[in-house]
Design a binder for this molecule. Structure first.
Ligand code: THU
Length: 128
């Protein structure tokens, strides 16, 4: 699937975000190596720290479905749909660490400003 198409999927996942506290809605589209697509959005909570990010939501859905091998992830975020289309949303450190559990450094992270690699954002993931 092309970058533009994956970004479109992430934008549609963002529409389902539950973000009443921050007002910042995030969507992620995780493409598995078998072609399946796993979508995620952020889900906030009145107990703020219980919030789940969009990227981790997508990864956890894939793992629960039995898929652990991924081709790329598209991520969008913003307070408005326009902001989400135009301003790149870099994944947080926690989500990068979770991606690093299943993906190599050359895993492509597709943002609205182009393609980045996991190692660009997380040069040194924690390992045991
Ligand atoms: N958020 C994500 O969904 N992904 C990230 O990588 C960073 C932040 C969410 C969490 C929270 O609901 C909102 O964005 C504002 O921090």
């Amino acid at each position: 699937m092309e970058t533009k198409e994956l970004i479109t999927q992430a934008l549609s996942a963002r529409e389902n975000a539950y973000a009443p506290y921050s007002g910042f809605s995030v969507g992620a589209a995780l493409q598995a190596t078998d072609g399946r697509m796993f979508l995620g959005c952020n889900v906030e909570n009145a107990s703020y720290s219980m919030t789940i990010c969009a990227e981790r939501n997508a990864v956890l859905q894939a793992i629960a479905a039995g898929q652990r091998s991924f081709r790329s992830i598209a991520i969008v975020g913003g307070k408005t749909a326009e902001e989400a289309r135009e301003t790149p949303c870099v994944p947080c450190g926690a989500c990068l660490q979770v991606l690093a559990e299943f993906c190599d450094g050359d895993f492509p992270i597709l943002l609205t400003d182009g393609v980045h690699l996991l190692r660009d954002f997380l040069p040194q993931a924690f390992t045991l």
